[in-house]
Structures are given as structure tokens and as C-alpha cells.
Design a protein. Structure first.
Length: 75
């Protein structure tokens, strides 16, 4: 993970952390979740925490990336 500014984003989703990470990867979005810091993923939790970083992204690319992430998680 490259150093820079990051924030945590809690979302409601029926997808697992692994599914969210895979969908992001399939759409060329580099995304980390709290799963990488867990021993095991909590069962049946609809709240997922994403680690959003913007060290390697241009300002004009942030909004389209967030909209794409929203699309792949909720559609």
C-alpha cells in the first residue's frame, strides 16, 4: 500500500469483502478493505469497511472512480 491520505468508508452490502475486492479488481480499481487486517471475516455482517486512498490518483479521476465503485457494489 502506497503511503498517502486514506479514509475509512463504511458501506452496507450483501457482498462479502472478497467479492467487493474482486469486482473492484475486475474493473481496474485498486481497493483495500479491512479484511486484510482480520483473522476471519465476521459472519452475516452487512456493514463493510473500505480503505479509500488517493495517493496515486489525479483529482479529476476521483469522482469517476467512486461512481464506478458504487456501480459495481450496488448493481
Amino acid at each position: 500500500m502506497q503511503a498517502g491520505l486514506h479514509f475509512l468508508l463504511n458501506i452496507k452490502s450483501t457482498l462479502s469483502y472478497k467479492e467487493i475486492e474482486q469486482k473492484a479488481h475486475d474493473n481496474s480499481i485498486e481497493l483495500y478493505t479491512l479484511r486484510r487486517f482480520m483473522v476471519e471475516e465476521p459472519a452475516n455482517s452487512s456493514i463493510k469497511t473500505l480503505i479509500i486512498g488517493f495517493a496515486k490518483i489525479e483529482l479529476e479521476d476521483i469522482e469517476p472512480a467512486i461512481l464506478k465503485l458504487k456501480e459495481i457494489i450496488y448493481n
